[in-house]
Design a protein around this ligand. Structure first.
Ligand code: NAP
Ligand code: ZN
Ligand code: ZN
Length: 350
């Protein structure tokens, strides 16, 4: 077993503190990755605070991992020592069921093994995430970070990137489409960059004007404030596609009114409480309300290669792990520009 410095929450009510975990000795199909950077996703906060229920403590969050391969098992072919590798939101799945065989491991019928706050496929061993200095993962579940992508800016692609790339592809985002991105945080700013790169005309819907200049720099051509009721009338019937990234409860019906007939609103944000949807919000205009959960390994690799080709990374603020609790407070206030990324070297000081 490999002793590994980490940061963990002992319970839903406590701040994260230094903690030591053990990683398994790498097997023949495993890679050992020395973590360089780990992005901070709002899902980390929901789970650390047990806002979705069923949280497992102690919990080491983190599923936007980029690091350097330190060791490979003798059967590994995908990666070699010295490569830059990534780990996203899951570290294993059954590899045999229909969704696994269809490269949608996130929907594994036996339940994938999430990178943290879950168990390995033995359904006993708790998994622990990327707020730590190293991780051992089966090669299939590791990603190759293409040359040319900044490793720190690429870390958030492993969750925020794939979670927004996948619905844009599923709903065939293309040149000239009018796409609304709701909430300009970690996911939202990736949605803006990706949709703009696909030729869409992007409007950001945000709670204040504060992020307007940034949104336009990222490729948005319009910016509207959702605190202003008039926005919803002004934009009625406008969008082909809305990507909703808001992490807190809000009225879906109001946003559905901004779709064109046959338009789709895809929920990627996961507010802790449910919100009612009126039938007429969907029926008038044959609108579709959908969801999307991260993406499979093959699609995640496709997204990373796409980002390298289009020179897309996340806008980040690098922090030492010791600032994680303050970073959470800022994210809850919407004060993030646009992803905190932990410099894993700071774990050595814990
Ligand atoms: P984030 O960086 O904290 O950004 C969320 C943004 O939502 C904020 O910056 C803010 O944007 C807006 N917002 C927050 N509270 C709001 C409120 N009360 N009313 C209106 N807008 C509000 O979070 P994130 O990491 O992008 O994650 C967003 C959500 O996606 C979370 O719920 C997370 O769990 C979920 N998620 C889902 C998946 C998936 O597979 N579906 C994957 C990853 C994350 P403005 O400042 O622009 O208003
Ligand atoms: Zn995430
Ligand atoms: Zn499976």
């Amino acid at each position: 077993m490999l002793k590994t410095p980490a940061y963990a929450a002992a319970s839903a009510k406590e701040p994260l503190r230094p903690f030591t975990i053990e990683r398994r000795d790498p097997g023949p199909h495993d890679v050992l990755i020395e973590i360089l950077f780990c992005g901070v996703c709002h899902s980390d906060i929901h789970q650390v605070r047990d806002e979705w229920g069923g949280a497992i403590f102690p919990m080491v969050p983190g599923h936007e991992i980029v690091g350097r391969v330190k060791h490979v098992g003798d059967q590994v072919t995908k990666l070699k020592v010295g490569d830059l590798a990534g780990v996203g939101c899951f570290v294993d799945s059954c590899r045999a069921c229909e969704p696994c065989r269809a490269n949608t491991e996130q929907f594994c019928e036996r339940g994938m093994a999430p990178t943290y706050n879950g168990t390995e496929m033995d359904r006993k061993t708790p998994t622990q995430g990327g707020y730590s200095s190293q991780i051992v993962v089966a090669e299939h579940y590791a990603l190759k970070i293409p040359a040319g992508l900044d490793p720190a800016g690429a870390a958030p692609l492993l969750c925020a990137g794939i979670t927004t790339y996948s619905p844009l592809r599923q709903w065939n985002c293309k040149q000239g489409d009018r796409v609304g991105v709701v909430g300009l945080g970690g996911l939202g700013h990736m949605a803006v960059k990706l949709a703009a790169s696909m030729g869409a005309e992007v409007t950001v819907l945000s709670t204040s004007r504060a992020k307007e200049a940034d949104a336009r720099r990222m490729g948005a051509s319009a910016f509207e404030v959702t605190k202003d009721e008039a926005t919803f009338q002004k934009l009625a019937g406008r969008f082909n596609l809305i990507i909703d990234t808001i992490s807190a409860p809000h009225d879906y019906n109001a946003y559905l009114g901004m779709l064109r007939p046959l338009g789709a609103m895809v929920l990627v944000g996961v507010p802790p409480e449910a919100t009612p949807v009126g039938a007429f919000s969907l029926i008038a205009g044959n609108k579709r309300l959908a969801g999307s959960m991260i993406g499979g390994i093959a699609e995640t690799q496709e997204m990373l290669d796409y980002c390298a080709e289009h020179k897309i990374v996340s806008d980040i603020e690098i922090i030492p792990v010791q600032q994680i609790n303050a970073a959470y407070e800022r994210m809850v206030r919407g004060d993030v520009r646009y992803r905190f990324v932990i410099d894993s070297a700071s774990l050595a000081a814990t």
